[in-house]
Each structure stands twice: as C-alpha cells, then as structure tokens.
Design a protein around this ligand. Structure first.
Ligand code: ASP
Ligand code: MG
Length: 815
C-alpha cells in the first residue's frame, strides 16, 4: 500500500488534475489502490486566510467567495459529466455556505481567533478533496471522500497543532480496516483536537498528513507529488546549475528542507523516519522522472555533499564579556530564556575561550531577543561582566549538507576556499559534531555569489564557470570572441570549463547579459541592444553583479582602463590583459597591482604583454618559481624592427624597407613609434620587473636606431625625407655587417639588473642570426640553462596569436 499526496499546483487546474488522474489510473491498473491525500487548490489557503483577516477588519469577503466558487465550479464543469454535476455543485455549495456563515460571524464580531481561522482555512482542503474524489469516482466507483480531521488528533495549538501520533495511528488503522474496499481521497493539512475542534498542521502540512497515514499503515512508500523534479542541490532561483538529487537520508532531507528548499514540509520526515517508510518526491508535470527518494540511509553518490541550503534573511546576536568565562549555566540561562519566549535559535557558535557566544535568529525575533537578554542579564550588564548584546542584520546562512561528509577531510577546506577566493567574508561558522552540516553566516548581498561558487566547488561536473567582462572589440577582442566560440564545446567536454561573457564594451557601446552573451551574434547585439559606453559604469555593474570566478579582460591599449585595475582586484575580480601600460608605468604601481591581487586571492595575467602569445612571461615565472636563477636575458621583442632588419639586405635601401613595412601594415602610422624602441623598452621593463628587479623606464638604456634628424622631423613626410638623407649611414652599417658576415639586430639585454637595448652585429654562431619575417626571439641564460640557453622563438605579433594568448591566460584563471 502506498500513500500519494498531491500538492496545490497538482490540483490547481484542469490539466494538472488530468495528470493526477493518469497517475492514479496507472497505479490502479497495476492493482494498487493508494490512499490519496490532497492539498487545497493552489492559492486557496492564502485566499481563505486573507478573507478571514479581511472579515476581522470589516472588509467584505464576497468577491473572494465568488472567486472560490468559480474556481471549483469550473473544474466541475469540465471534469464531471453533466448528469453527475448537480450533487457535486450541491455539496460544494454547502461547504461554501458554511464558510460564508463563519466569515459573517467574524465580520460581525470583528474578532478572529486562531481557532476560527483554522476552521476557515480547513474548507480549502475539504473542497478540493471532495471535488477530486467525485472526479475520480467516474473511473473508480469505490472512491470515497475522507475528512482527516476525524482521524488525526492534535493538541489545541491552533494554526500549528502538535499531532498525537499514537492516537491518530490507531484511528487511521481502524478506519482503513473498515474501509479497505474503498479508494480513499483524504483532506491534507487538517486535524482536530480532543473536543473535536478543527486544527491545522502548519502551512504546507498536507505532506505531514500523508506521512502520518504512511506511518500508521506501514506503507510501502509515501509519494509526494509536486511541481518540481525533486529536492535540488540548491535553491534554483539563485543557482542555475542546481539539479535534482536521486537519494537523500531523512536527516539530509530535513536539513535541506529547513533551509529554503520548500519542496517538503520538514515535520513530514518524523513519522516516516520512525517507521522507515521511504518518501518519494515526484513531479506531477513530469511523471516519468524518477524524483528524489528519501530513505533511511544516505546512499552512495558521486558527490561528497548532497546539497547546499540557505536562509535568506537572518540576524545574529553577539554576546561577549568576562562574566561568561568558565561559568557553567550561562548558556543554559540564555537559551532557556529564548526558548521560554518562543524564540527559535537557528545556529549557535561559541569560542573556546568562552568569551563570546554568537547565535542566529529570524530577523523578526532579533530585537525581542536583545531586549529579553538585557532584562534577564541586567545585573551582569551593570557590573560590566557582559557587554550589551549587539544585533547584526542583513545576513544569510549558507550550509553544506550531507551525511557522507562525515570523516571525509577537506570538506570545510573546500567550502572556505570557494568563499575566500571570491572575497566572501564569513561572519560565523557552525558545524554539528554529527558532521552532516557545516553552516556559515555571510552578508546577504554575497549569498547568490556564495551559493554559486560553493555549488561549483562541490558539484564538479563543471570545474568552473568564468564570468568575463571584456573591454575592447578591435582585432584582438573580436578574434578572442571568435576563438572562444569555436572552442567552447571542447572546453566544456575536455576541461570542464565554461566561459561566459557577461559584459562587452568598446569605446562606443556596452552590452550586458547575465546568462552570457551569445558569441555568434555579439556584434549585432552590441549594435542593436547596446547602451552608450561608460567605463565607470561598466566596472561598477561588474562589481555589483558580484559573480563568482569573475574576470576583467582588457583588450585595449589605453591608459584609462588600467587606472581601474586596483579597485577591480579589491572586488576580488581577476584581470587578464594584453595592455602593457599598467605593468610598464611606475614600479610602485607595478608592485601595488601584484600585492593587491595577491591579497585578494585573484589572478593578474598578461602573457601577451611580451611577444604576444609566445610563452615568455610564463616561462620566466616558471623558471623563477622552480628555483632557477636568471643570469642573462637576450631578446628581440619588436616584430616591426625585426621585419625591417630581416629585409634590409641586398640593394634595398633602409628607406625602401621602412616604406614597404608600412605599406604591409607592420608599422604604426608614424613608423618612428616603432623605431624609437619604446614599445620594446616596455617589454624589457616588464621582463626585468618580473625577473625581480626594481627598475623604472628611465633606467633602461635605449640605444637609437634612427639618427637624430629623423627622430626630430616634425611630420611623417619630413621623417621619410630625413630617412632618405640618412641612406649612407644605414648603407655603411649594412656594408660593415656584410664584410664581417654578420646580421644587424636590435637586441634587448638584461644582466646584473641592468637593462639595455641596442643595435648589434651578430655572427652566425649567435641564435639571433637566423631570424625571419617579424619573428620574436628570447633566450634565457640561467643557472640550469647555462651552456645552451633556453630559447623561445616565433611570431610575436598579430591578432590570432595575441587573442590566443589572452585566451590561454583566461583558461588559467583560478587554476
Ligand atoms: N493548503 C495548505 C497550505 O497551503 C497545506 C498544504 O498545501 O500542504 O499550506
Ligand atoms: Mg504545499
């Protein structure tokens, strides 16, 4: 025998009632005649409560009564054959008339007791259970409507009555015995006290009714049919990746349902637990889904925890003072005081120094608790043995739950790592010694971010989701988006990484999408739905969204964004950039950026600052962290200059080479911007700093390529004129190189903390002699690579390789 309970939405419309019938027909066909427990139609309990409260204030309830009538009548008209409708209408009308008389009494007296209120709301379950029994009767003639108020006995705590399980079970068993040939449709939620007055079991109490029946009859299962696929790993309104749990123990379900996941009424677990009757959560709207089984043991699952529960709003009260130290009975006095006054304590922590106790209560109780404490401990407060209690508000509780956490080390480490990495401050912590719940109190504004970060950390189907805000949509930015689009499936399947672009901005427009901007149509979206660009706002929106694993990508070459890096790090957001400006301005800034990123546990990656996608910055870092010592670095890090000297041979003049380089797009509009060597200098500066040297730009010895007259020419045109005039200077250089069988190279060097860049002639034996196109090359001579240096060589410019480098940095964030 099974007990099936259908919740408000499962009886809330014609379609859902049809679904319910299908489920019953199937079970019936298999020879089952389950006991069916029903909630009021969705919205009805709220409506009845409202009507009662209105009546007490003298407000008319007539319109609401009409609404109730038509809600039920509409179902009759559609689901009961015309010839059978009359008696159903009549009985519903009788219920509604009784209800009307009752409410009229309330209205006349302007008085609503909890007792009357229970009687009023009881009509919700009565109407729905009666109605469903009549619909069912058309298929199962032995259907019978049962008022559970006759069978479930409680105390007189109206509104939330305590069940006398023994008495109720006896009555239920007796009743079932006498009606074992019937198909029973039972009202949920309602019961009665010793004198026969109707009571209710608390909001959501129909689940409890089902469990009481299930336990009394030692049912094979209690099926709770609702409108979701089961209990989820976390609150789906906040965690998009939450998924249904196949198996839970009673304890775990209790923990998860107390905290937010309103799938099942927590007291339901008690009778089921006592008789070891499994509870199965099923979805009326997706009946083939297996749902969640709640049973005696927790079962083996692939994740170390079962779920993450949360309480949105909580207040914390802090009590401290010397009067508590070593004083047995202090907490006893405190908590029995709160218990006497019906203040529910959600969580308690006490430091082992016994100097303070922190406990959490629902916000509505906080002030009352504080006042009670102040009265109770007046003497201690006067004597300064206790500090005045302090209330902290706008907090939330997050708890990881699971019996398998027991004796599994590392669970709290994982939890706190996920919180810490995302800059979430933990205000208080509690873990029961039963080890199936670790709770933390955090600020309410961090709750959603914390839930998502912790969910990612424990349910590792996806190792991480990065939330990216990307600045710049030029060559590099747009190439990056294309590469991400092409690679996203691979990343998900092979690296368990998901990269979502939440914000895009260029200098004209910006666009946000919390779900991730679709990368095959970002241009159109930015153009059609974009807002006017505003860097300050772009950044503050990013900060406000407060997403876990957040990355700011700067694909610009402007100074403006770099001014914000510090505060971005301070909001626990990582930065990935190809922009060199931040790293190559003052050393102080360079240092502060790193210190801040480290302090906040976030990453700052800029591989593409040097040699585009070539692994140069990373190689240097790896050498240093692994304990190697850098003796010397030599490098050619300007693709443009490299191209020019690689092609400066034969009969061509220097002038011709520069001209053709410009025509091919290898130079800046003013080629001197490349030939001055400042960009190269910046790269050397960054390498030197990463190599551990405190150095400023002015300290780099920058040898000139161009004669003074070329450098000081007022326009690009005049520059080219001067370049022609300098023909003999460059020709001499070329002749000299040819004679000595050498190549002209513009080489950066770092040795003994000195950095210089100069024109040099290198012979065949030199690794830089053979270089083609616009290649970059760098050689590291180190303690380990002393005889033959470690050399990295390849294309050091271009949007494909630069975007690829930014991409690789991005994937490494949080690794
Ligand atoms: N109808 C009651 C309520 O809404 C009981 C239930 O649905 O479980 O709280
Ligand atoms: Mg309910």
């Amino acid at each position: 025998m099974k007990v099936l309970k259908f919740g408000g939405t499962s009886v809330g419309s014609v379609e859902s009632i049809n679904g319910l019938l299908e489920i019953l027909k199937q079970q019936y066909a298999q020879g089952e005649k389950p006991i069916v427990v029903l909630s009021a139609m969705s919205g009805v309990t709220n409506l009845l409560t409202q009507m009662a409260e209105d009546a007490e204030k003298g407000i008319s309830f007539n319109a609401a009564l009409k609404e109730l009538e038509s809600k039920h009548f509409a179902v009759v008209k559609q689901l009961i054959q015309i010839k059978n409708q009359n008696p159903v209408f009549t009985q519903l009308k009788i219920f509604l008339n009784e209800l009307e008389d009752l409410l009229q009494g309330v209205l006349n007296l302007r008085e609503l007791s909890l007792q009357s209120k229970d009687l009023v709301v009881s009509y919700g379950e009565r109407c729905s259970a009666f109605l469903i029994s009549k619909i069912a009767e058309q298929y199962f003639p032995e259907s019978l409507f049962v008022e559970a108020s006759l069978l479930i006995k409680t105390d007189s705590n109206f509104g939330n009555a305590r069940v006398d399980l023994q008495k109720s079970e006896l009555l239920i068993r007796q009743f079932i015995q006498e009606h074992n040939h019937h198909f029973l449709f039972v009202t949920g939620f309602i019961a009665s006290n010793d004198s026969g007055r109707v009571t209710t079991l608390g909001r959501g109490g129909s689940d409890y009714t089902a469990a009481i029946f299930g336990a009394a009859l030692q049912a094979e299962a209690i099926e709770i049919w609702t409108d979701v696929d089961g209990m989820l790993t976390a609150d789906p309104r906040m965690v998009k990746k939450a998924f249904p749990l196949p198996i839970l123990s009673y304890t775990e379900a209790m923990e998860l349902s107390y905290f937010g996941a309103k799938v099942i009424y927590p007291p339901t677990m008690i009778p089921a637990f006592m008789k070891k009757v499994p509870i199965i959560i099923k979805n009326t709207f997706n009946p083939s889904f297996p749902g969640t089984v709640i049973q005696y043991d927790s079962g083996k699952t692939k994740f170390p925890i079962k779920g993450i529960s949360s309480i949105n709003a909580i207040s914390v009260i802090n009590l401290s003072g010397s009067g508590m130290i070593g004083k047995a009975g202090f907490s006893g006095r405190l908590f029995s005081l709160l218990a006497r006054k019906q203040i529910n304590v959600v969580l308690i922590t006490q430091s082992s120094s016994e100097h303070s106790i922190t406990f959490a209560v629902h916000p509505a109780d906080a002030l009352r608790a504080k006042l009670l404490i102040e009265t109770e401990f007046e003497l201690e407060l006067l004597a300064k043995k206790l500090e005045a209690p302090v209330i902290e508000e706008e907090l939330s509780v997050l708890a990881i739950v699971g019996e398998n956490m027991k004796q599994t080390p590392g669970m709290s480490g994982k939890l706190f790592h996920a919180l810490g990495r995302n800059g979430i401050n933990v205000r208080a912590i509690a873990q029961g010694s039963s080890e199936y719940n670790i709770s933390v109190i955090i600020s309410h504004e961090d709750l959603s971010k914390a839930l998502n970060a912790v969910h990612d950390a424990f349910f590792t189907a996806l190792k991480k989701t990065l939330h990216v805000f990307s600045l710049g949509t030029g060559n590099i930015g747009s190439t990056l988006f294309r590469q991400l689009l092409e690679q996203q499936d691979f990343l998900r399947d092979h690296n368990d990484i998901q990269i979502k672009i939440i914000g895009i901005s260029n200098s004209r427009q910006m666009l946000f999408n919390g779900e991730g901007i679709t990368l095959d149509s970002w241009q159109e979206e930015l153009a059609n739905k974009g807002e006017p660009a505003n860097l300050e706002q772009f950044i503050s929106r990013m900060q406000k969204l407060n997403l876990p694993n957040c990355v700011f990508v700067d694909n610009t070459a402007s100074t403006e964004p770099t001014k914000h890096y510090l505060k971005i790090f301070e909001s626990n957001i990582s930065v990935v950039t190809c922009n060199k400006i931040a790293n190559s301005s003052s050393y102080e800034q360079y240092k502060r950026l790193r210190d801040t990123a480290r302090k906040h546990g976030v990453d700052f990656y800029y591989e593409t600052n040097v040699g585009a996608g070539l692994p140069i910055v990373r190689t240097l870092k790896d050498l240093m962290t692994s304990g190697d010592r850098i003796i010397r670095i030599e490098a050619i890090l300007s693709g443009t200059i490299s191209y020019i000297f690689n092609n400066f041979n034969g009969d061509t003049s220097f002038y011709d080479v520069v001209k053709s380089a410009q025509a091919l797009g290898y130079t800046e509009p003013d080629p001197r911007d490349d030939l001055r060597g400042t960009d190269f200098m910046r790269k050397m500066l960054i390498l030197a700093r990463d190599g551990g040297h405190t150095i400023e730009a002015e300290e780099v010895k920058l040898g000139a390529i161009l004669p003074e007259a070329c450098l000081s020419a007022p326009s690009v045109e005049e520059f080219y004129q001067e370049l022609k005039n300098a023909d003999s200077y460059f020709n001499n250089l070329k002749e000299k190189a040819k004679l000595e069988n050498k190549a002209i190279r513009y080489i950066g060097k770092m040795e003994d903390g000195q950095v210089s860049i100069a024109l040099e002639l290198v012979g065949e034996e030199h690794p830089f002699y053979n270089l083609s196109g616009s290649d970059n090359i760098i050689s590291f001579t180190t303690e380990r690579y002393k005889d033959r240096p470690l050399v990295v060589k390849g294309p050091g410019a271009g949007s494909e390789v630069t975007a690829g480098g930014v991409f690789a940095d991005l994937v490494n964030v949080g690794a």
